[in-house]
Design a protein around this ligand. Structure first.
Ligand SMILES: Cc1cc2nc3c(=O)[nH]c(=O)nc-3n(C[C@H](O)[C@H](O)[C@H](O)COP(=O)(O)O)c2cc1C
Length: 350
């Protein structure tokens, strides 16, 4: 399979990016169905040299590489991602109500930089549909790995109502998630990233925490870990403040980071100018230095305890090793899966 990847990639890249994603997703669904959540499928199984003793949501991981949010917006590919070898899978972003996202085209390849630009805008089937799907998944299979859900607000919800929208998403989805991620860092929902530095930030954290705690009084299965995903475009001071506020409000840790609005990043100069001019969030290797610097900054500031998941530009085992040495608790990838294919987890953990 992994030997055939260059050919498969050539075929997939003949299609527009969202079509290629749909084709890949169909394959993953089949793979997941065949594998039934038993762990990595035999073709992707290996002895992982990169290991971790950590657990997420009370479930042990084995190795630190998980699938980042956005690849499986609606919890349809969880078993497929597991079959590829990911040790945890983050679903979403899920909003309280379903929404279509921005008009197409809204996803662009920058092959020269192995990067992507997306302005999908939280296209998803809504928290209730995703919650029902996760409930069914857990009823039908014994899931021994962590499934996280990344939550956002609906596009038309104002800053004043943002906290109650995040609380609503938490209420619907928390009973079916091992961990929950508050996403205030997508550049594709107008005004969302501003919430990281506004008074609404702490209100949102408190609303999510309170809702989770209320649910936990009634059921022991409610997600244990709460995380915040930050933007790489925050200044060091802004990131430090947001991180400290998250921890002070009982959050377990942070995901560092989401996509960037910047186009002034390493490797961007090599990319096709028309694709680079598209608006949206940039992902892939151009984020590498930003993500690494943010990880180093916040690990030095926060000390060894908080869970820091490093995300952005991870594409090779050297990247994985560098992030772990820089203090990452765990790692997440998205864009490298598009360019490096289904052997990615094996490559990163080698
Ligand atoms: C097409 C696409 C869609 C994404 N959608 C989401 C999303 O819905 N929620 C989210 O938190 N991050 C989303 N992301 C960001 C990724 O989870 C990740 O933070 C970012 O791409 C950096 O990692 P990478 O360089 O490994 O791709 C998306 C990324 C891509 C490329």
């Amino acid at each position: 399979m992994t030997l055939l990847w260059p050919l498969i990639k050539k075929f997939l890249f003949l299609f527009p990016p969202e079509w290629a994603h749909a084709i890949g997703a169909s394959f993953l669904k089949l793979l997941g169905f065949a594998n039934q959540g038993r762990g990595p499928a035999w073709v992707f199984r290996r002895h992982y040299s990169l290991k971790t003793d950590l657990s997420l949501g009370g479930k042990p991981l084995g190795h630190p590489v998980g699938l980042a949010a956005g690849f499986d917006k609606n919890a349809q590919l969880v078993l497929g991602a597991r079959a590829l070898g990911f040790s945890f899978v983050e679903v979403g972003t899920v909003t309280p109500l379903p929404q279509r996202g921005n008009p197409s085209p809204r996803l662009f390849r920058l092959p020269e930089a192995e990067a992507l630009i997306n302005r999908l805008g939280f296209n998803n089937q809504g928290a209730s549909v995703v919650a029902a799907r996760l409930e069914r998944l857990r009823a039908l299979h014994s899931i021994h790995f962590p499934i996280g859900v990344n939550i956002g607000k609906n596009k038309e919800v104002t800053e004043a109502n943002a906290a109650s929208d995040y609380a609503r998403a938490t209420e619907i989805i928390a009973p079916f998630a091992d961990y929950l991620v508050v996403n205030l860092s997508s550049p594709n929902t107008p005004g969302l990233t501003d919430l990281q530095t506004s008074d609404a930030f702490v209100a949102i954290l408190k609303a999510v925490r309170h809702t989770r705690d209320q649910l936990a009084k009634k059921s022991p299965n409610v997600c244990q870990d709460l995380l915040v995903k930050l933007s790489p475009d925050l200044s060091d001071e802004q990131a430090a403040q947001a991180a400290q506020q998250a921890l002070a409000n009982g959050f377990t840790g942070l995901i560092l980071s989401n996509t960037s609005r910047s186009r002034d990043l390493p490797g961007c100069a090599a990319a096709n100018a028309a694709a680079l001019a598209e608006s949206g969030g940039l992902s892939g290797p151009p984020l590498r230095a930003l993500a690494l610097a943010r990880l180093r900054q916040l690990r030095a500031l926060l000390g060894p305890k908080p869970l820091l998941i490093s995300c952005g530009g991870l594409a090779a085992k050297e990247d994985a090793r560098e992030r772990m040495l820089a203090g990452a608790s765990l790692l997440q990838v998205y864009t490298a899966l598009v360019y490096r294919g289904p052997g990615l987890v094996r490559q990163l953990t080698r």
